[in-house]
Design a protein around this ligand. Structure first.
Ligand code: ATP
Length: 316
């Protein structure tokens, strides 16, 4: 049986700005997304049966139809019924390295890997923009995860414009294993608390009055100016999450006492990331933070920005 092994990197948000509400119930966003080298390995093969079977070593990952990888297969089966009949079901093995429910798009990246994997397995010959269109149906972060790297995402996250790649900046990821933040809660709380920043125009479209322009960050990325990139990190959701989660705020405050380029919560958290000039500095700061906070629930990873999204790690 043919099989493909794919690398599915995590992402962090260098910029996350909620610029309005959309008639479809989603928020209008401006995000600058960045892939990192910490990722899951997804192995996908036709199983000659009818079913979709999922396997994962991490018990936090659901193995039923609620898994985004499962949803990605169902979507492709619905859109390509002849190939689905020919090839039958699939087995998907997820080697989970990305922390779950962490604001690092682990599930989204897995779904993107499955779209790429099915495209190869069934010989569909879909282009990257076509795969991105399918990805839009699976979640706001999935379209970015296909090509990954550094990109600006607008709309509800599905309109992607690549930016010049950044791959020389080291990243510390830090997360408490006993804290989780609900993404819908973070958005809802933010909109309720900051409703005064938004106005409705005559067409009923809600827009922000004080847009925080991401242009300076885009320019810093174009110049690969890591100092400026660190200074210009931005995330609206910090404003709703940090007051409710003092441990996450403390983590950011601790990173700020170190010589990092910048620090910010990723997505709706609870993961905090800190950018560093080099690996040695990142490891040193990670150890210092560990010794200062001394909490067995605190988990940290040292990784690096990476310039790609889903990649095939093994030919059939
Ligand atoms: P989001 O910000 O989109 O809520 P996240 O990046 O914070 O997601 P994920 O690791 O994708 O976090 O997990 C969110 C939830 O999605 C988990 O609690 C889990 O139940 C579910 N889930 C579904 N599919 C997957 C998957 N393939 N990997 C991890 N979690 C998954």
């Amino acid at each position: 049986m043919q099989s493909y092994s794919l690398f599915a990197p995590a992402k962090i948000n260098l910029h996350l700005e909620i610029i309005g509400d959309r008639p479809d119930g989603y928020h209008e966003l401006v995000m600058i997304m960045q892939s990192v080298a910490l990722g899951d390995i997804i192995n996908i093969r036709a199983n000659g049966k009818e079913e979709i079977r999922l396997f994962c070593q991490n018990p936090q990952v659901p193995l039923d139809h609620s898994n985004l990888a499962h949803k990605a297969v169902s979507l492709m089966q619905k859109n390509f019924p002849a190939q689905a009949r020919n090839f039958g079901g699939v087995d998907i093995h997820i080697e989970k390295k990305i922390p779950v429910a962490a604001g690092l798009a682990g599930g989204s990246s897995n779904a993107a890997a499955v779209l790429v994997g099915i495209n190869l397995l069934w010989g569909l010959g879909l282009t990257q923009p076509e795969l991105r269109d399918f990805a839009t149906h699976l979640g706001s972060d999935v379209p970015f995860c296909i090509a990954g790297g550094t990109a600006i995402a607008t709309g509800r996250g599905e309109q992607i414009e690549p930016l010049p790649p950044l791959d020389n900046i080291w990243v510390i990821l830090a997360k408490y294993s006993n804290i989780s933040v609900s993404t819908p809660w973070a958005y809802k709380t933010y909109r309720e608390e900051f409703h005064h920043l938004y106005v409705q125009d005559s067409h009923g479209i809600t827009e922000r009055t004080n847009a925080i322009h991401s242009g300076k960050l885009v320019k810093a990325i174009a110049h690969k100016d890591s100092t400026q990139i660190g200074k210009l990190l931005y995330n609206d959701l910090q404003k709703s999450v940090l007051p409710e989660y003092p441990e996450v705020k403390n983590l950011i405050d601790q990173f700020k006492t170190q010589n990092v380029l910048g620090t910010m919560m990723s997505g709706s958290g609870p993961t905090v990331f800190a950018l560093c000039e080099n690996q040695a500095q990142a490891i040193h700061i990670k150890n210092t933070i560990n010794q200062t906070i001394k909490d067995p629930n605190l988990q940290m990873w040292v990784t690096k920005m990476c310039s790609h999204g889903i990649t095939t790690t093994q030919a059939p």
